[in-house]
Design a protein around this ligand. Structure first.
Ligand SMILES: *[C@@H]1O[C@H](CO)[C@@H](O)[C@H](O)[C@H]1NC(C)=O
Ligand SMILES: *[C@@H]1O[C@H](CO)[C@@H](O)[C@H](O)[C@H]1NC(C)=O
Length: 439
């Protein structure tokens, strides 16, 4: 705070000290905006992540951020998915308009991965040559950058279709971007489970970066807007809330803080959090989302809280809703199918629980029930990153039954790895227990 005040003071005094014929550049010309929008998942059950990102594209584009300065990474398997009754269309609210229309995707399919994401952030054009559109952030020290990532997460990591991005690796890159003067200010909106853990005690407070997350370090984020016809969820609670707010307000007169307060209140199933340079809260949203008038007609939207479910319950809720609808129609075949799907999901969950319990029992000792209980139920914050990251990678590579990185029910269990790492067990002991269980 003090340092910001000092900077403002210095700027003011420098201004007065300038010769009178020196013209300061107008604010609008002082820098341009860049946006990097990423959906880290694939599959029809994750429809909502790509829908959110398409909507975000419409917001920044609609507010005048040029196409060349928006980079989109999304798998792109939704619009023309065989499950899509409206080919070529993606919607982000019930009865909503097609948000897929006009979206320019730069990296799709396998190119949606952490390596490419970090290269794009750092403007490393040579590293993405021949990959996707090859577009990277070319932001300068006077430019503002908006990053929006939507997908699954777990303590200290966010997921891409086949790989994890660990919190440390992201924060190292943000530090480097700062050192290389690749932005003036950077706003990061993150919607994943346990999203707070990507920045908590990692993001610097003096690097002109503000991160807003859908949840704190130990909570799920929530899906919303189940669509009976599409048989999937259309949005995520935090994302839908900030984007509907952006659609309805004048971004030239609404500060980040105003949006944060409104969205935090509306997203009342998880704690929306802020990290980094909180002084940036006083900036107008137009500094990041674009300052032109969006002449777009906004449809009324139903309350997204009403059917919101935690991310790990999305698959089972979809099947339950299908079952319920089939029952009302007396569609026996569909009832049987969805019932079988529910049974399969339940069985898979039991297998996951069992794998994790066996690992904990091997590490803590068969007889040590109290210790096992603490491992299984504890809610420690993640500090032992050197222990956690390699173990999570090992689980992903050697425990195929857990379906990492994409299965949210398994991702939720990574909390137990946090607990194991907080206790005095060596990484080797934990890895050898994993090897015994996951053969
Ligand atoms: C996160 O939210 C949960 C649920 O409200 C709470 O129990 C937990 O203490 C919170 N953790 C942090 C780090 O704020
Ligand atoms: C959350 O907000 C919705 C309105 O968006 C309201 O209907 C609901 O009661 C709130 N829940 C809690 C726990 O405050």
């Amino acid at each position: 705070m003090l340092s910001t005040a000092a900077v403002v003071f210095i700027l003011v005094s420098v201004t007065f000290a300038l010769p009178s014929d020196f013209k300061l550049p107008k604010l609008k010309e002082a820098g341009t905006q860049w946006a990097l929008l990423v959906a880290g998942s694939n599959g029809w059950g994750n429809y909502r992540h790509q829908a959110d990102v398409c909507h975000a594209y419409n917001i920044v584009r609609g507010h005048g951020v040029p196409e060349e300065q928006i980079i989109v990474m999304m798998y792109d398997d939704i619009a023309y998915n065989k499950e899509n009754p409206n080919p070529g269309e993606i919607i982000n609210q019930p009865g909503g308009e097609n948000v897929y229309k006009g979206v320019k995707i730069d990296y799709r399919g396998k190119d949606v991965n952490p390596t490419t994401f970090l290269n794009v952030l750092q403007g490393k054009e040579e590293n993405v040559k021949g990959i996707g559109s090859g577009k990277v952030l070319k932001s300068k020290s006077t430019d503002n950058v908006f990053v929006n990532f939507v997908d699954h997460g777990a303590p200290g990591l966010i997921a891409f279709p086949d790989e994890f991005l660990h919190a440390v690796d992201l924060n190292i890159v943000l530090d480097r971007m700062h050192d290389n003067k690749q932005y003036h200010q950077l706003l990061f909106y993150l919607e994943t489970c346990e999203s707070g853990s990507m920045f908590s005690s990692l993001l610097r407070k003096d690097y002109n970066i503000l991160a807003v997350t859908a949840a704190n370090s130990t909570q799920s984020s929530f899906a919303c807007y189940f669509d009976t016809k599409l048989r999937t969820f259309l949005g995520d609670l935090f994302s839908v809330n900030w984007m509907q707010n952006s659609d309805n307000r004048n971004l030239n007169s609404e500060t980040i803080d105003e949006q944060f307060s409104i969205v935090r209140k509306e997203t009342n199933k998880s704690h929306v959090m802020e990290f980094g340079d909180l002084a940036m809260n006083q900036l107008m949203l137009s500094n990041f989302l674009g300052s032109e008038q969006n002449n777009h007609i906004v449809l009324d939207a139903p309350n997204p809280n009403l059917d919101a479910v935690p991310s790990e319950d999305v698959d089972i809720t979809i099947q339950r809703n299908i079952y319920q609808a089939a029952k009302e129609q007396n569609d026996k075949k569909e009832m049987e199918e969805s019932w079988a799907n529910i049974a399969a999901i339940m069985k898979k969950r039991e297998e996951t629980d069992s794998i994790i319990k066996q690992i904990v029992s091997l590490v803590a000792g068969d007889w040590n029930f109290r210790e096992q209980y603490q491992m299984l139920t504890g809610e420690n914050d993640l500090f032992k990153l050197d222990c956690y990251a390699p173990i999570v990678e090992h689980l992903k590579d050697s425990c195929g039954d857990l379906d990492l990185p994409s299965n949210r029910y398994s991702l939720k269990h990574l909390r137990i790895v946090v607990n194991l790492c907080e206790r005095p067990y060596s990484t080797d002991a934990i890895i050898s227990a994993i090897d015994k269980v996951c053969v």
